[in-house]
Design a protein around this ligand. Structure first.
Ligand SMILES: O=C(O)CCC(=O)C(=O)O
Ligand SMILES: [Fe+2]
Length: 323
C-alpha cells in the first residue's frame, strides 16, 4: 500500500473514531474553487438510444445508463420561466426539502466561514427569483437540493417519469417522491457517496448540464469509505476535480465513468454506485429514487444493520455495501 493511501486511511480512522467530525476537504453544496486545469481520467458512457425496456434492463444490470429523456418534459414548456413566473415569489426559507428543510442544506455548507455566512444570509433573505437571477449571472454560489417537487405543481404536472427501468415497489412517498435540484454554476452536491438504503436513482435533466463522476460498487474497497451521519460507510474523500486528493488513492484499481448529463437526457444509476456531481451553469434536474424487487439484496443488509444498531449493548456496525 502506498504512503498516500495510508494517509487517507489514517484520516478515515480519525473520522471513524469521532462520529461527528467532518472531513475538511469535502463538504459541499457550495461553490467549489474553480480548477479546470485538471480532472480525473474517466471512461465515458454512451447514450443508449434504443431505450426499449429489455435493452435497458440488460444494460442497467451492470452499469449506469444514459438515455434520451425528451419524453419526460413537454418540448414547448420552459422550466426556468415556469419556475420564475409561478414560484419566483417563494422565499427560499419557506421551501421544503424531502429530508427536513433547507436547514439541512445549510448544515452541509462548506467550512469557509465567510462564504458560509453569506450563503446563510441569502438563504434567509432571498426569494426563488433572487436565486435564479443570481444563478443566471453565475453568482448564486449555492445549490438548492432535494426540494420536494410537489410544492411546484405546475412543474410536477408536466413532468413524466422515464418510461423504462424498474418499477418502484416502495409505497412510502418520502422515499420515492421526486426531488427538484436547481444548481448554479460550479456548485456540487455532497462529496463522493453512495445513496443509502440500496436504492437506485434517476436524474432527469431539464436545463443546463450536470457532470456526474461515478464508480462501481466493486471499487468501494479502494475508496477508503467513511461514515458521516448514519451507519453506512458511504462517503469518500476522493474528489475527481482535485489532483492532490486523487493522488492519495490507488487510481489504477478504480473504474470511474464520467457523464455530462445534458437537458433532454436522463441518467439511471444502479444501487450502490458511488457518485459525485458538479453543475455547469444553471442546471435543473428532477431526481427520483427507486426500489425494485431486484434491489432487495441491497436493501436487506441495510435493514438488518439498522435493526442491530438499535439493540442496546451491541456496538454499532459499520456497514460497507460493496457488492
Ligand atoms: O443531482 C445531483 O446533484 C446529485 C444528487 C445525489 O447525489 C442524489 O440525488 O443521490
Ligand atoms: Fe446521491
Amino acid at each position: 500500500m502506498g504512503e498516500s493511501v495510508g494517509i487517507v486511511i489514517a484520516e478515515y480512522s480519525i473520522m471513524h473514531s469521532q462520529p461527528n467530525a467532518r472531513p475538511s476537504a469535502t463538504s459541499s453544496i457550495h461553490q467549489r474553487p474553480v480548477d479546470d486545469e485538471w480532472e480525473l481520467e474517466c471512461a465515458s458512457l454512451d447514450v443508449l438510444t434504443n431505450t426499449h425496456r429489455d435493452n435497458f434492463d440488460r444494460v442497467a444490470r451492470t452499469q449506469p445508463v444514459l438515455v434520451d429523456a425528451r419524453g419526460c418534459w413537454p418540448r414547448d414548456a420552459n422550466v426556468l420561466s415556469l419556475l420564475s413566473f409561478d414560484y419566483g415569489h417563494l422565499k427560499l426559507s419557506d421551501m421544503g426539502t424531502l429530508y427536513g428543510s433547507l436547514a439541512h442544506t445549510e448544515r452541509s455548507l462548506g467550512l469557509n466561514p465567510e462564504v458560509s455566512a453569506r450563503i446563510r444570509s441569502r438563504l434567509e433573505a432571498w426569494t426563488l427569483s433572487d436565486f435564479l437571477e443570481a444563478a443566471k449571472a453565475g453568482e448564486a454560489e449555492f445549490y438548492l437540493a432535494n426540494l420536494a417537487l410537489k410544492q411546484f405543481p405546475r412543474i410536477a404536472n408536466r413532468y413524466r417519469s422515464p418510461d423504462v427501468g424498474p418499477r418502484n415497489v416502495i409505497p412510502s412517498e418520502r422515499a420515492r417522491a421526486p426531488e427538484l435540484f436547481v444548481g448554479s454554476a460550479n456548485t456540487q452536491y455532497s462529496n463522493l457517496h453512495v445513496d443509502s438504503i440500496g436504492g437506485s436513482v434517476w436524474c432527469v435533466c431539464l436545463e443546463g448540464e450536470k457532470e456526474w463522476v461515478v464508480f462501481p460498487p466493486e471499487d468501494s474497497k479502494f475508496l477508503c469509505a467513511f461514515r458521516l451521519g448514519d451507519l453506512q460507510l458511504r462517503h469518500s474523500l476522493l474528489d475527481p476535480w482535485n489532483k492532490e486528493l486523487c493522488a492519495r488513492f490507488p487510481l489504477a484499481q478504480l473504474h470511474p465513468y464520467r457523464v455530462r448529463l445534458q437537458a433532454g437526457q436522463a441518467l439511471f444509476l444502479p444501487p450502490n454506485w458511488w457518485h459525485i456531481t458538479r453543475n455547469h451553469g444553471l442546471t435543473i434536474t428532477i431526481n427520483e429514487r427507486l426500489w425494485s424487487w431486484s434491489t432487495l439484496r441491497y436493501f436487506i443488509p441495510w435493514f438488518f444493520a439498522e435493526l442491530r444498531a438499535r439493540i442496546p449493548g451491541i456496538q454499532q456496525p459499520y456497514v460497507l455495501y460493496s457488492k
